[in-house]
Every structure is written in C-alpha cells, then in structure tokens.
Design a protein around this ligand. Sequence first.
Ligand SMILES: [Zn+2]
Length: 360
Amino acid sequence: MRAAGERLRADGAINLSRYNTGGSSGEPLIFYIGKARKSHDVGAKWRVTRWWGVDIGDPEIVVWGSPIELGTQDRVRMVRDTVLRTELLPAFEMSEANLDRFVATIRAKRPTMLFGYPSSLSLIAAHARKKGIRLDAQGIKVVFVTSERLYDEQRATITQVFGARVANGYGARDAGFIAHECPAGGMHVQAEDIIVEIVGPDGAVLPAGQAGEIVVTHTATADFPFIRYRTGDVAVMSDETCSCGRTLPLLKEIQGRTTDFVVAADGTIMHGLALIYTVRDVPGVERFKIIQHSLDHTEVLLVTTPVFNDAGADRIVKDYKARLGASVQVSLTRVDEIPREASGKFRYVVSKVQAGAPHA
Ligand SMILES: [Zn+2]
C-alpha cells in the first residue's frame, strides 16, 4: 500500500479524507477513507453501543486525544457535540489539575457512557479513588474502551470506581471497526463489513484456536481498498458460539500493541500518542521508536528515506520540547532497523520514567 500510494485511490472517488497511521510495525502509512466506509464504521459502532443499553443522544464523555478530533474541525465538533450530547476531554495531558477537572466534569455532566483509551480512563479512575471522590453513583451504565490493549487491572479499576461495566472494542481508523465485546463477554467480529483472517508467518490462514497475525479485508472500501490488511496485532479466532445468542464470529486473546505514557519535565503525565502523531506525519520517516530515557532526555530512533530533511528533524525537536519542556534534550538517532521488544510486539513509545518521580 505504501508503494502504491495515491494510485490506490479509485478513479472518480470524491470527498476522501486523508489520514495517517503508525502502520503494522511503526512504518507510517498515508491512506484515504471515503464516505461509504465512514458510514459503515459509524453504523457498526452504534449497533454495538445499543448492545449495552445506551443509544444515540444519551450523554457521553469522550476522553480522546487525536488532533483530528481536537484541532482543525472545531466547528464540526461543536455541531456533533450538540447533536450527540458528547463532551470531549483531551486525553494527552494528564496533569493533576486536568485530572481534577476531568473528575469534576464527570460528576457535573452525569454521562450515561464514557469512551476512551483504557490507560486514560483507568488513570482518571485511580485519581478519583486516591482523592476519595465517588463516581459510582453518577448513572454511568458502561465504559467503552479502545485503541490499546485492555489489562485486567485497568478493567477492575474502571469497573470499581465508575460502578459500570467495561466494554472493549478492537479496531482502528486504518483497519476499521473490527470487533466489539457484548455484555456476555464475547468479542464479536463485525462480519457484515469486515473479513478477519488469522495468518501464520508464511501468510497461510490458520484454523480457529491457533494464534497468528490479524489481517482484515474491509468490504466498504471501494474508494481506497483495504484488502488483507495487516494490523500487526496477534489474536486467536474462536469457533465457539457466544452465550448471548448473537451469531457474529468471535475473536479471543487479542494482543494489541502497547503505548506507554511519557512524563513532561514539570511532572505532567502525557499519553504516548501525543508524540507519535508528530513524528509519523514528517515526510521521509519510514519507521520510528520514541524512548524516554529520563525526564531530561528523550531519544527518537528513525529509519528514514532520502526525503527526510532538516526541516522535518527541526519539527520533531521543536514539538517535543513544547510538549515535554524547553530544557529537555531531544536527540534524533538514525538507524537501519528498529528491533521489536523481547515479547515480539512493537512499541512506538517506551518510557523509563516513573510517573511522579522527582526531576533528575
Ligand atoms: Zn455475545
């Protein structure tokens, strides 16, 4: 897909939106999404939302940090927020003051549902618990989480503090709305739109019960096709039927990629995506990995093409200093290859700083 680029756009396709993603292994990918596909993904989202007894128009608080949501489309967002009764809290900067504000907003707005990264929502929950502020009688029915691996400990914290069940979703803007948890605990593939295959290292399809990489074919992507697209995540397909009675096939044991939080020099905890969005949009960056060695030093490993230039390098350094602190040393290291973690998974951001640690 990266090699074909613009040529993958269908002749006559109009109104496509441009996006970028980290791709399967830290290799940035520019891609386009048409209106048909957007509507299919939104439709899939609202169907699974209804599985949990909530619906369009129910008040919702979204803890998210994508510049697509936060930046240029403010007007669109205002209209959407008014119509859908959605309030957006920026997830990237988890300072004490922001965490206090998030907790206060949840208490004041009394949302029926929360939506966001499991890491951010469990951080808010842990903050409320630490401060002795109760959020379990606010009328929250369900907490939707997505984009990251959901750990058992996060699920337990969120459930306890918000007094609501956690519903895990698996998908991404590139791969689509792939699978979602039902109230009986099954991770149902949205099979009308998306064909999910589990493949081995040689690309051969594996039977149910065997772990392999997830590849997806999205059938609503005639404008810009996603065919057997590698997500980089590992999962096992189940051949069992869910006790809820829905016959959509089940995924189990999704091993998504992990993203660490980073810590700014002033102690603000920040979602790793805040740093990822900048680097992956710089021309000529083929692969990357961000390592926060200490509060004073963050290193970016880069595999680049000849397109990469000083302006791109300056942009990364300037943006990271603005986020992490002007005194922070930001070093860029050009490498030939970026190794995976010992677990075999790829991590875009690794932080060696413990949140709350004093300044070195
Ligand atoms: Zn089910």
